[in-house]
Every structure is written in structure tokens, then in C-alpha cells.
Ligand binder design. Structure first.
Ligand SMILES: CC(C)(COP(=O)(O)OP(=O)(O)OC[C@H]1O[C@@H](n2cnc3c(N)ncnc32)[C@H](O)[C@@H]1OP(=O)(O)O)[C@@H](O)C(=O)NCCC(=O)NCCS
Length: 254
């Protein structure tokens, strides 16, 4: 799978970029309407997804800035509003470290198929219960998608596994865009049997340490508005709300 964004240009000049999120699943971003219309851009993006035999298209729009007619354009084309996402930011310098963590961390030794497959299995467990985890999400495919995104760090240092008494208990994916200095914790999760005893705090902090080690200046991250434990972690670590996004999804009829 290539995550090189491809340009989508509507007949009326509206532009956007299509990015592969997983095999068959795409996101529309970098929307610039100019004199064009949002509806025409959606039509062009859907045609492009159909041409690649895609099964889903995700569109995120700022809740505060979305023009009211965008919702009707989305609904008319079969998109459903699936969630609201809250995004936070903080300066990496001011974030706490994880020096006294009860977890032992190791970055992946390499990105060989077997290594990624094991990490993907752990991600499947760690993502369980996340309201943003879709029925068709698969850990290995997600990891490959994260590492294929252009403009971000993508080596084995971007994925770390935390063990507790020798057993894998948590995973963090952290990536940095060196041209902007912005780092993201692409995903973090704790195995279900290890939740609710304070480990999430240390997992989030290990993500901060990974961003620092990769040279990020600013951290940006987010979660769905109904992911209460994750919202609590952002608040605990003093991250400021930056924006709220609506997520809309179109799925091909099976
Ligand atoms: C989010 C997640 C990592 C938290 O891990 P955890 O080990 O359970 O978290 P902690 O025990 O450190 O708890 C973190 C905070 O959330 C609170 N919390 C935990 N579960 C909660 C719940 N169901 N509702 C509300 N708050 C909750 C805790 O009380 C704690 O806050 P406090 O320190 O003020 O008491 C874990 O729930 C998880 O892996 N979820 C699935 C994956 C996921 O959603 N990842 C985030 C994707 S953006």
C-alpha cells in the first residue's frame, strides 16, 4: 500500500488530497475549494476511491468552521457523521518524562514482517474498546499505514512495546514531521487486562519521550469525544484543546 497522497481535482476546480489509511480505506484532506464546491470535490474523491476499488472514505471537518451546507452535501452522497474528535496540543519541552514507569519499553528491533505482525497482534488487543476502533480495523494493516505516511518519521523507533513482568502490556506509535517540528502519538493502547490501574498515564508519557527523542517541538494528538479515559490523560498532562473535528464516513454497500 502506498500512502503517497494523490491529488483530487473536481470539475469546478475544488481540490483535495486523498490518502490511503488502510488497504481500501481512504481519507480526504487538504481541502481547498477556491471557486469550486464541496459537493463537486466529494464527487471527484468518491470517483477516485471507486477507481481504486476502495470500500470507505473518511472526511474530517472542523466543527467550528464547517459551513452548514457541507453536512447536506455529505448526507446526499451517503456519508454518515460517525463521531466528534477532540484534538489537543502541548509543547514537548513541558511534558512529563517516564523515568519511573513500571513498564519496560523497547522499540521494535526492525520492521521485518514477523516483527510487525507481532506488534499488530498487540495493537489489536490494545485497541479493543476504543470507540474509534472500527470492525474492519486490523493492527498490522494500521501499522503499515502509519509507517507509509509521507512527511513523518517511519523507522522502528516509531513503535514501542511496553512489558509488565515480561508480558506485552502496551503499545505506542509516535511519529514526527521534521519540517514542522510537530509530533503526533499516532496510537497508544493498553491491553484490556492491564487497564484501570494507572498504566495509561505511563504509556502516554512514554509517547512524549519518543517524541522528544525524535526531536519534536510540539505535540498534537486527539481522541473521540466519548473516549473518557483518553480525554482524562490529555487533561492530566496539561494538554490544551486545540480544535474539534467531525468525522464523516462513506462506506461502499457490501
Ligand atoms: C485509554 C487507555 C490507554 C487508558 O489506559 P488505562 O491504563 O486504563 O488508564 P489509567 O488507568 O492510567 O487511567 C487514566 C485516567 O482515566 C480514568 N479512567 C479510566 N477508565 C475510565 C473510564 N472508563 N471512564 C472515565 N475515566 C476513566 C482514570 O481514572 C484515570 O484518571 P485519574 O488519573 O484522574 O484517576 C486505555 O483505556 C486503552 O488502551 N483504551 C483502548 C485504546 C484507546 O482508546 N486508545 C486511545 C486512542 S486515541
Amino acid at each position: 500500500m502506498s500512502a503517497e497522497p494523490s491529488r483530487v481535482v473536481a470539475a469546478d476546480g475544488a481540490k483535495g488530497e486523498l490518502i490511503a489509511l488502510q488497504a481500501g480505506v481512504f481519507g480526504l484532506r487538504a481541502i481547498a475549494l477556491g471557486e469550486g464546491s464541496f459537493g463537486a470535490l466529494l464527487d471527484a474523491a468518491l470517483a477516485s476511491v471507486a477507481g481504486r476499488h476502495g470500500r470507505a472514505l473518511h472526511v474530517r471537518l472542523s466543527t467550528a468552521e464547517r459551513p452548514s451546507d457541507h453536512a447536506s452535501s455529505l448526507i446526499a452522497r451517503g456519508f454518515a457523521r460517525v463521531s466528534e474528535r477532540v484534538e489537543f496540543e502541548a509543547l514537548v519541552e513541558g511534558l512529563p518524562n517516564d523515568a519511573t514507569s513500571p513498564l519496560t519499553w523497547a522499540a521494535l528491533p526492525d520492521l521485518a514482517d514477523n516483527t510487525l505482525r507481532d506488534a499488530g497482534r498487540l495493537l489489536n488487543r490494545a485497541g479493543h474498546g476504543d470507540p474509534d476502533w472500527g470492525d474492519d480495523d486490523e493492527g498490522l494493516e494500521l501499522l503499515k499505514g502509519y509507517l507509509a505516511e509521507t512527511g513523518l518519521t517511519r523507522g522502528p523507533e516509531c513503535i514501542a512495546v511496553g512489558t509488565l513482568e515480561g508480558s506485552p502490556a502496551a503499545i505506542v506509535v509516535a511519529q514526527v514531521n521534521h519540517s514542522t517540528g510537530v509530533g503526533r502519538i499516532t496510537y497508544l493502547g493498553v491491553a484490556p487486562e492491564c487497564r484501570g490501574r494507572g498504566l495509561g498515564t505511563w504509556v502516554h508519557r512514554h509517547g512524549f519521550a519518543m517524541l522528544k527523542a525524535q526531536g519534536a517541538e510540539r505535540y498534537r494528538g486527539g481522541t473521540l469525544a466519548n473516549n473518557l479515559p483518553m480525554l482524562q490523560l490529555f487533561s492530566l498532562h496539561g494538554c490544551a484543546e486545540w480544535r474539534r473535528l467531525e468525522e464523516w464516513v462513506w462506506r461502499k454497500n457490501r
